[in-house]
Ligand binder design. Structure first.
Ligand SMILES: [Zn+2]
Length: 302
């Protein structure tokens, strides 16, 4: 190939993105909602993708592969790299300052980090252990706020999810949705997880996303979401604030695909949890939740 590893190999970690409020759309409620009299304001937030954060396998340093950077896809680490990094769990941090763990493990977190607050938080939110939620509460007290949200994605059900409140817009940007709403906020992770479990058992609600991404009508999705939220809030005695919002990516999502090994790609964008790569055969999308901490890249200048 003749490149001779001029640059150190990198492992992909996370997409760096921000959102900004781009406008408030007012729409007329339709059907039953006209009767209930729900006013409809939709916050439109725009995604700004600054690049893919990757980590040098040589010295552990963080590198930002900005949009348009060119990379060679070299393969997938098996087992993947430990997910732990020393960035703040409480607030937005500067991802370029993070130190990621450079050990490899099939369990997500290495032996040293499996009991870390970050690992416990992820274990709780993934729905694997209520005990992990309890431990996070014991350690953090009421320091963090958690948001239970629901999204409508064009399917027949809406999806319920849980995130740290300060990450809500980022979290929405990471998943396919047409419209979202905040159901409640609490300062206990255990309470938040239990509320999420309770909500996922309500009719018309699921804790899973759609199996296929559907291009749906945002207005119809907002109607469905408002209807379900109104009902579950009434059932559970929640004071639903009727905040409706969505995060829009400027990039069109191509078909998911697998990059060819030792092939050159351009970092082309990010949308709904997918990294967009443009190669000689066109644009593909790579799901970052399954490729991060694995995908090995050689930068061709950044
Ligand atoms: Zn580790």
């Amino acid at each position: 190939m003749g490149y001779g590893h001029i640059h150190p190999l990198l492992v992909a970690r996370v997409a760096i993105k921000r959102t900004k409020l781009a406008g408030i759309e007012e729409t007329e409620p339709q059907g039953l909602l006209t009767y209930i009299g729900v006013s409809r304001k939709l916050e439109r937030h725009e995604l700004e993708f600054s690049g893919l954060l990757a980590q040098s396998l040589k010295d552990g340093g963080s590198v930002l592969l900005r949009p348009s950077s060119r990379v060679l896809v070299m393969g997938e680490a098996d087992p993947p790299y430990c997910r732990w990094h020393d960035g703040s769990l409480y607030r937005h941090d500067d991802p370029l300052e993070r130190r990621y763990c450079t050990r490899r493990t099939p369990r997500g977190y290495c032996n040293e980090h499996i009991g870390s607050l970050r690992a416990l938080y992820e274990t709780c939110v993934a729905g694997w252990s209520l005990d992990a939620c309890r431990k996070v509460d014991e350690e953090l007290g009421t320091e963090l706020k958690y948001t239970i949200y629901m999204v409508a994605h064009g399917g027949r059900k809406v999806k319920v999810g849980l995130t740290r409140s300060f990450r809500l817009l980022n979290r929405l940007a990471e998943q396919h949705h047409l419209v979202a709403t905040v159901i409640l906020e609490t300062d206990s992770l255990l309470k938040a997880r239990k509320a999420e479990m309770r909500l996922s058992r309500e009719a018309g609600v699921s804790d899973k996303g759609p199996r296929k991404l559907v291009e749906g009508d945002r207005q119809a999705a907002a109607d469905l979401l408002a209807r379900v939220a109104e009902r579950v809030a009434m059932d559970l005695g929640i004071d639903w604030k009727r905040r409706l919002l969505y995060v829009e990516s400027p990039y069109r999502l191509p078909e998911p695909g697998r990059p060819s090994m030792r092939s050159e790609y351009r970092i082309a964008g990010y949308s709904q949890g997918f990294l967009l790569l443009e190669g000689s055969e066109g644009m593909i999308s790579v799901k970052l939740s399954t490729s991060a901490h694995k995908l090995i890249l050689e930068p061709l200048g950044y």
